[in-house]
Design a binder for this molecule. Structure first.
Ligand SMILES: N[C@@H](CCC[C@H](N)C(=O)O)C(=O)O
Length: 258
């Protein structure tokens, strides 16, 4: 069959998107998803997102990692699917949608999307690191000289060595100033470093607050593919009103046959 696809990116985390409101996409064909995400043989992306109808929300987001398997929540993908929903005329500037980790609200202003993430209660201490779930599982580790750090090698070692078959996304972070952090992420399901990871920079921000490295209720994050801001409130040992804010852009539209 031949289908129209859209390519979006959020700070360099890139996705193939399909409007699947007619449910045409063969969702159980994981080899097809991996092919579409393949940078040599397919369209090329870190993940694939289906926008579908939902009875209770504006739309449903279904997310697959580049390996073809359905993933946990994708923060940058969430921002991209909100921009896509606006492009399709499903929403205006505000939305409530449903994803694998539950409901999300979001607002769009120009190309900037602010996405509300799940509340976070539990941060686990690991040797030299913290582990938390922001919709996806994340290991957060501070390093020095992040620019020279071998993220792919060290990330893969930790992802398989510490977290076993289920795995985790692995974030390396270096503080640049009072409220600004540089972050590089090894993504599970891509099994490589990506240019940015939304649930990852969210996890980094909450972890940095937990470690007393942030005094205010926000952090500016410099990912490899651009800048993001994470805002949050903290009360009763819970991080709530967590927002991931940054650009999400349509890159191109095309047709693909399989
Ligand atoms: N790129 C994503 C994270 C996607 C989820 C992840 N790779 C997983 O399933 O573990 C983001 O922006 O949050």
């Amino acid at each position: 069959m031949t289908a129209t696809f859209f390519k979006y990116q959020g700070t360099g985390n890139d996705f193939v998107l399909f409007d699947n409101r007619t449910l045409f996409f063969p969702k159980e064909n994981h080899e097809l998803v991996a092919f579409l995400c393949n940078r040599g043989f397919g369209i090329g992306a870190d993940g694939l997102i289906l926008l579908e109808n939902d009875d209770s929300y504006d739309f449903r987001m279904v997310y697959y990692n580049a390996d073809g398997k359905e993933g946990s929540m994708c923060g940058n993908g969430g921002r991209c699917v909100v921009a896509f929903a606006q492009f399709l005329g499903i929403i205006d500037e505000k939305t409530d949608f449903i994803a694998v980790d539950g409901p999300h609200s979001a607002t769009v202003k120009g190309t900037t999307v602010s996405l509300k993430m799940q509340d976070v209660e539990e941060l686990k201490t690991k040797p030299n690191a913290l582990y938390l779930n922001t919709g996806s599982p994340h290991h957060v580790q501070m390093v020095t000289n992040l620019e020279k750090f071998n993220v792919a090698k060290e990330g893969s070692k930790i992802r398989y060595g510490i977290y076993g078959a289920t795995g985790s996304n692995i974030n390396f972070v270096e503080q640049e100033s009072k409220d600004t952090f540089k972050v590089r992420t090894y993504e599970r399901g891509v099994e490589d470093e990506t240019l940015s990871c939304g649930t990852g920079v969210t996890a980094v921000t909450l972890a940095m607050h937990h470690l007393g490295k942030i005094n205010d209720n926000y952090a500016n994050i410099k990912a490899m593919g651009g800048n993001l801001k994470v805002e949050f409130d903290y009360s009763d040992n819970t991080y709530n009103n967590v927002h991931l804010i940054g650009e999400a852009k349509q890159v191109f539209k095309g047709e693909i046959s399989w």
